[in-house]
Design a binder for this molecule. Structure first.
Ligand code: 5GP
Length: 313
């Protein structure tokens, strides 16, 4: 499939590269590296993201070239990274485009004209890295920095289940190509806003712990009170997962429309992508998400009851 993707790229000139709404490190790093690969191949390429580049990723190379938009600009093809549907991008105008889908999610779907889905790798960045190498584009310091950041974030700093010697081989090659691990880590793990830390305090003061399950939540009132941004919620769930006997942690975030965004994390024994899929979402065995109707009590009991059915409590 890698060769099929490359063949379609070689046959075209003007590209849009995108990822899902509320992009994470893998979505951003992979898209920025892929855009640069295309430019180095002599193509026109623009990275278009519905929500733009979150603050902690704004220092990545090529981040200043990414465009925040609701609509795809004119193109010969769109490369979608990390998406299981065109809907996940929240971009309009994709239906008329030639679509190339590159994804590593277990819940990935073959919705595009050409689909390369490989759930054996830890990050879409690994697939983009393979593509860049196969295209004979040199992996320079900037591309390596984008891809290393993507790999580091999607493996939870190389701690999530599934991280193996192959992951470290790719990481090693990216470091040899110029990625600096400490510099990549700093804005992400030591670059939080004060608002995020205050929001974390509110979430943890509301921590529930039942058997091998824990959950936290934040409301729109709290988000407003601390002047937090949507991106300040990223990673809060990991604090609930860090409790010694917890197997699955859940983070509920109230959306402006009163629905709840749900982030599920597992230490590896429970496959949380199955749970998210039951509620119309998806993701990986150890990290998945979905959106469900409020109010909070209802959202919590829907998810907790579903987890009880997995008899993990
Ligand atoms: P997060 O909890 O950080 O929002 O998402 C964790 C993982 O689940 C990410 O890989 C993300 O792409 C995936 N994910 C989150 N929400 C959804 C959703 O609504 N649909 C699908 N298909 N995947 C999701």
């Amino acid at each position: 499939m890698l060769d099929g993707v490359l063949q379609e790229i070689r046959a075209r000139h003007r590209f849009v590269v995108t990822s899902h709404a509320r992009p994470d490190g893998d979505g951003i790093g992979s898209a920025l590296a892929c855009g640069q690969m295309l430019r180095l191949m002599g193509k026109e390429a623009v990275v278009v993201l519905h929500d733009g580049v979150p603050r902690i990723y704004q220092n990545l190379p090529f981040a200043e070239l990414a465009i925040r938009a609701n609509e795809v600009p004119a193109n010969d093809a769109v490369i979608l990274l990390e998406c299981d549907s065109t809907r996940r991008t929240l971009l309009n105008g994709l239906d008329e485009c030639f679509l190339i889908n590159i994804d590593h999610h277990l819940s990935g779907r073959a919705f595009a004209d050409i689909n390369w889905i490989d759930s054996t790798v830890m990050a879409t960045a690994e697939l983009v890295y393979k593509l860049i190498r196969r295209a004979c584009v040199p992996v320079d310091h900037d591309i390596a920095t984008c891809l290393y950041t993507a790999l580091m974030t999607d493996t939870g700093s190389f701690m999530f289940a599934g991280t193996n010697e192959h992951t470290f081989t790719v990481a090693r090659e990216l470091v040899l190509a110029g990625a600096d691990p400490a510099q990549c880590a700093r804005p992400i793990y030591f670059g939080h806003s004060t608002a995020k830390m205050r929001l974390l305090g509110a979430a943890l003061s509301n921590l529930h712990h039942e058997g091998s399950l824990s959950w936290i939540s934040v409301t729109q009132d709290e988000i407003k009170k601390f002047q937090a941004r949507e991106e300040d919620c990223e990673g809060l769930v990991n604090y609930a997962l860090s409790i010694f006997d917890v197997q699955v942690a859940i983070f509920f975030r109230e959306l402006p429309d009163k629905r709840f965004r749900v982030s599920l994390r597992s230490k590896g024994e429970i496959n949380v992508s199955k749970i998210a899929e039951d509620f119309g979402g998806g993701g990986h065995k150890c990290a998945s998400g979905c959106a469900i109707d409020g109010p909070l009590d209802r959202a919590v009991s829907m998810i907790i009851d579903r987890l009880r059915a997995e008899s993990i409590l």
